[in-house]
Ligand binder design. Structure first.
Ligand SMILES: Nc1ncnc2c1ncn2[C@@H]1O[C@H](COP(=O)(O)OP(=O)(O)OP(=O)(O)O)[C@@H](O)[C@H]1O
Length: 649
C-alpha cells in the first residue's frame, strides 16, 4: 500500500498536546513506557506462540535493544515481540482504545501538577515518546506475516501521522525517536543505562545495549559491536525478600500501577502447600479515579512460572478488593489457561482465598499501628524503655490505616455482603464517626469497649451527611444518657449493615428503626412515667392517627426525644427512610411504606395540640418537620408553608 496520511483520533491529539507541553516533570519515564511496551509485545508473542510455535520463526530468544546514534540524534528501542500489521499500527498508535478516555480528559484541571499525576495514573504509554522527540518513526512487522508486510508509521506528534508498507525481514518493532534539540542528554550510554536500571530492572527479558569502551586516542567512549544486558532480567517477585530494597518494591509498584505515589504497604510471599504460588500484593495510597466504575478491572497480573499470562486477572481477587495491585505467579496452572478456565480452577480458588487473607492481614496490621503508640506505664509507675528503632518502626505506620480507610473504606464495606467467610474480619476493619468522634476512626471493638453497663446493642444512625446525622432528633435520648451512637454517612452503609446483624455477640441496632428499647439503661421510674404519659395521651394519639392516616402508618408516644417534638421511624425490619430516599433519587423503585410518627408528649408543642383550634394543621406540621429534620422534604412543600404561615399570622 502506498503512503497514507491519517488523522489522530481527537483524544489522541489532545493527549499529545498535553504531553508535548511537558506536563511530565520527569521526562525520563518515556523510556520506561517504551521498554514496557516492548516487553509487553514479547509477552504477547510468547503467549500466542503457546498455540502456534511457528510464530517464533528463527528467533525464539526474546529481547529488547536500546541503541542511540549521536550523529543522527536518534534513540531506538527495538523488540522482537509480536509486532504490528499496518492496520494494527493505525489502530493502536492512532486511537486510544481504553475505555474512559473521554472521562479522563474531562477531569484534567489545567493544574500541571495535578494533571501530571492523573496522566501518570492513566499511562500515556507510547505517546510519552513525544516528551523527548519531535518526530517518531515506528517500523514493525507482525509475527507470522511475510517480510513484505512490514509497516512504517511516522508522526511529528501533532494532528496526523503517515503509514506505508515496507519490507522488513525482522519480526517485531523498532521505535525510533528523533530527539528534540534540547534532549540530546539521552544520547548517552550511562544516562540510558541508569534510567533502565531505575525503572526497568525487573523486566524479565534482557534489555541490551551496545558496550562502550574508552578510546584513549579519541579520548572518548566508543561504541563496540557487542551487546550486553543492562538490566538484571530477573522478575522481582521471584527474588528473595532479603535481596529487595524498599525502593525497589516501590519502583516495581509504580511500574505496575502507573501510580506515582508510593504504595501504603505490600506483602510478598511464597505460598507452599497443595497450591504453590508467589504473591506480591500492594495497597495503594490513593484510590484510582475509576474505582466506582463497575468495569474497574482487578489489578492483579497473572504469571505462570514467570511467563506473563494476563493482566487484570479478576478471578484472583474478590471484587471488593479490586483496588489491590500486584502479581501472582503460579507454579500449578497450565500456561494456556484461559479466563473461562480461571473461573473454574480449584487452584485459582485457593489463590484467591490466599490473596484475600493476605490483604486482610495487611489491613489488620495497619489498623493496629494506626494510632501513635503510647509508652506503656506499669502499675508501679515504671515506663517501658522503648528503643529508638522500635519507636521509629511503630511511627512509620501511624495514620496509614486512616489514610487507607478514607480512600477505600466504602468499597471495603462491599465485602460484608460479598465475602461471608471473612465477615468478622471485615467488621473489625470498619471505622465510623460517632457521637463521640467527628473523625471516622471508631471501630466496632472500640465502641464495644466503651459501652455503658447494661447497654445491650451497638447503636447507629444512617444519614446523608455528618451534620444531618449529628443533629438527628433520634439521638436525643442517647445523648442525654451519654450513650455513644455511630454516625454512618456512606451511601453503602445501609446496605452493608443489612449484612451485619451483630458484632462479637452484640446486635447492631439502628436508632431510627423500631421502638427504642434501652433495656436496662432506662430506669423503672422513667418507664412508668412514659407508660402513664402514653395512657393520658391516648385520645390525642387517636386524633393524630386520624389526621395523618395518609402519611403515617402509626403514631405513638416515644421516650427517644428530649428537645424535639417528633421524629419518624420505620419498623424494625423496614427500609430506612434515608435508603428509600436514596433509591428514589437514583431512579429506582423503593417499597412504598409509611413511616411511624413518634411524638414527645413532654414537648410544649405536643402538649398544646389537644386544645388547639388548628389541630389538623399542627399535626401535619409535626409530621413534615420530622421529615425535614432527617433531611427529607415534605411531599407537598407549598402546603407545608401555607400551614406554618396560617399559624404565624
Ligand atoms: N513495541 C510494540 N510492539 C507491538 N505493539 C505495540 C508496541 N508498542 C505499542 N504497541 C501497541 O500500541 C498500543 C498502544 O500503546 P500504549 O503504550 O499507548 O498503550 P498501552 O500499552 O495499551 O497502555 P499502557 O501503556 O497504558 O499500558 C499497545 O496496546 C500495543 O497494542
Amino acid at each position: 500500500m502506498s503512503k497514507q496520511t491519517l488523522s489522530f483520533q481527537a483524544e489522541v491529539s489532545q493527549l499529545l498536546h498535553l504531553v508535548t507541553h511537558s506536563l511530565y516533570s520527569n521526562p525520563d519515564i518515556f523510556l520506561r513506557e517504551l521498554v514496557s511496551n516492548a516487553s509487553d509485545a514479547c509477552d504477547k508473542l510468547r503467549f500466542e506462540a503457546l498455540n502456534d510455535a511457528a510464530l517464533f520463526e528463527d528467533t525464539p530468544n526474546l529481547e529488547v535493544r536500546v541503541a542511540f546514534d549521536k550523529d543522527a540524534k536518534t534513540l531506538t528501542i527495538t523488540d522482537n515481540g509480536i509486532g504490528m500489521s499496518l492496520a494494527e499500527a493505525v489502530e493502536h498508535l492512532g486511537t486510544i482504545a481504553k475505555s474512559g478516555t473521554k472521562d479522563f480528559m474531562s477531569r484534567l484541571s489545567g493544574d500541571q501538577k495535578q494533571d501530571a499525576q492523573l496522566i501518570g495514573q492513566f499511562g500515556v504509554g507510547f505517546y510519552s515518546g513525544f516528551i523527548v522527540a519531535d518526530k517518531i518513526t515506528v517500523e514493525s512487522r507482525r509475527a507470522g506475516l511475510p517480510a513484505a508486510e512490514g509497516v512504517r508509521w511516522i508522526s511529528g506528534g501533532s494532528g496526523d501521522f503517515e503509514v506505508e508498507n515496507i519490507e522488513r525481514p525482522a519480526r517485531g518493532t523498532s521505535v525510533i525517536l528523533h530527539l528534540r534539540e534540547d534532549k540530546s542528554e539521552y544520547l548517552s550510554h550511562w544516562k540510558l543505562k541508569s534510567i533502565i536500571g531505575k525503572y526497568s530492572d525487573h523486566i524479565s527479558l534482557p534489555i541490551l545495549m551496545q558496550k562502550e569502551e574508552w578510546d584513549a586516542e579519541k579520548s572518548e567512549y566508543v561504541q563496540q559491536d557487542a551487546w550486553a544486558a543492562v538490566n538484571s532480567a530477573n522478575a522481582l517477585w521471584a527474588r528473595s525478600k532479603k535481596d529487595i530494597s524498599d525502593e525497589q518494591y516501590a519502583e516495581f509498584y509504580k511500574n505496575l500501577s502507573y501510580d506515582q505515589e508510593a504504595p501504603l504497604a505490600w506483602s510478598h510471599n511464597r505460598v507452599e502447600g497443595s497450591t504453590e504460588y508467589t504473591q506480591l500484593l500492594y495497597i495503594p495510597a490513593k484510590a484510582p479515579m475509576d474505582l466506582w466504575n463497575r468495569d474497574h478491572k482487578a489489578g492483579i497480573k497473572l504469571y505462570v512460572k514467570r511467563v506473563f499470562i494476563m493482566d487484570e486477572a479478576e478471578a484472583l481477587m474478590p471484587s471488593y478488593l479490586r483496588w489491590v495491585k500486584g502479581v501472582v505467579d503460579s507454579a500449578d496452572l497450565p500456561l494456556n489457561v484461559s479466563r473461562e478456565l480461571l473461573q473454574e480452577s480449584r487452584d485459582v480458588k485457593a489463590i484467591r482465598e490466599g490473596n484475600t487473607r493476605r490483604v486482610l492481614a495487611m489491613l489488620e496490621d495497619l489498623a493496629k499501628k494506626d494510632a501513635a503508640p503510647k509508652a506503656a506505664e506499669g502499675a508501679d509507675g515504671v515506663t517501658d524503655v522503648v528503643s529508638e528503632e522500635d519507636k521509629a518502626a511503630a511511627e512509620k505506620d501511624v495514620g496509614k490505616y486512616s489514610a487507607f480507610y478514607a480512600e477505600f473504606g466504602a468499597v471495603l464495606k462491599e465485602g460484608l455482603g460479598e465475602d461471608f467467610a471473612n465477615r468478622e474480619k471485615l467488621a473489625k476493619l470498619l471505622r465510623f464517626a460517632s457521637t463521640q468522634s467527628d473523625v471516622v476512626n471508631v471501630g466496632l471493638a472500640d465502641y464495644k469497649a466503651r459501652m455503658k453497663e447494661g447497654q445491650q446493642a451497638i447503636y447507629y444512625i444512617t444519614a446523608d451527611n455528618l451534620a444531618a446525622a449529628k443533629n438527628s432528633p433520634q439521638l436525643e435520648v442517647f445523648r442525654k444518657k451519654g450513650i455513644e451512637v455511630l454516625l454512618m454517612t456512606d451511601r453503602v452503609d445501609e446496605w452493608a449493615l443489612s449484612h451485619l446483624h451483630e458484632f462479637d455477640g452484640t446486635p447492631l441496632q439502628s436508632v431510627a428503626k423500631g421502638a427504642v428499647d434501652l433495656g436496662e439503661l432506662q430506669d423503672e421510674e422513667e418507664k412508668k412515667a412514659a407508660e402513664a404519659a402514653a395512657e393520658t395521651f391516648r385520645p390525642v394519639l387517636e386524633r393524630l392517627k386520624e389526621s395523618l392516616k395518609d402519611k403515617a402508618q402509626d403514631v405513638r408516644v416515644t421516650t427517644r426525644l428530649v428537645d424535639s417534638p417528633a421524629c419518624l421511624v420505620v419498623e424494625d425490619h423496614g427500609m430506612s427512610t434515608q435508603l428509600a430516599r436514596l433509591l428514589k433519587q437514583a431512579g429506582q423503585k423503593a417499597p412504598e411504606s409509611k413511616p411511624i410518627l413518634e411524638v414527645n408528649a413532654e414537648h410544649p408543642l405536643v402538649k398544646k395540640l389537644d386544645a388547639s383550634a388548628h389541630f389538623d394543621d399542627l399535626a401535619h406540621i409535626l409530621f413534615d418537620q420530622a421529615l425535614l429534620a432527617e433531611g427529607g422534604l415534605p411531599e407537598d412543600p407549598a402546603a407545608y408553608v401555607k400551614r406554618v404561615n396560617t399559624l404565624l399570622v
